[in-house]
Design a protein. Sequence first.
Length: 271
Amino acid sequence: MTDHGRRWRSIVMLAAVPLLLAAAPADYKIGAPPLRLLPSTTPAGEQKVLPGTIVAISTLGRPDSAIIVTPVALDQSGEKRAFERGTVIAAASVPGLPGDPQRVFCEEGKEGSIGKQMTGQMLFGMVGVLRSTKLDTRYCLIDADGDSFFDHAFLVGAKGKSKLPYAIPKAEYGLIEGLPIGGESVIRLRYAGSGGEKGSVFFDLEASGFGRMRALPGARHTLSTVKLPAHDIIAGAVITLLAYDAKSGEATVIMNRDFAPGHIVLPELSQ
């Protein structure tokens, strides 16, 4: 390779560095908000069921919201935000958060200022023009122990340590529970039988929104019939398989804990 070729290759590699850094994914991404599972119509006590029988059902409600009672002031990476008393923020799902907290609420997306966009262009020249200089940052507040006080916050879209959850002074909020969506929007747990396999039976989690079946990842759950009783936790509900007749496919089950109260994420309905 000639000296000219080596110099040109170095220039191209240096110019690509900011682009690669800009493309690096953040640790946390906000997903579809969790829907509330409202009180169900699940039968109480033991149930003798055949394949195809629904053993639990719950109505789907809209995502919860939080209304700020104690004002919260945040400042990470130069992104200042003030959540005044009476501010309402919506529930969100943020996969990968430590401890998998059930109460996470995030503000709507904010784009970076025109000044920051111009600074990016001045610092990086043509690269600054080509790469995206708009910052989509959103503060999220966490109630880690479910006591109706926010105790942690983090900034989605920040870089380095600034994107990690950090402790904040306790701030009270009020929970606004989601109301029913309506239109036959429910979640069901159906006994599916053995499916031709020995030593186990299946239970399928189904979701219906406005009368239409919706995709639900990880919907099939397996319980062993080798040693009974057998237990499983499905979408927050606890089911026990008490008995099973391999010849008829009949099973005896009991719902130790119902779907409600709880939450579930269904991207199709939440967006």
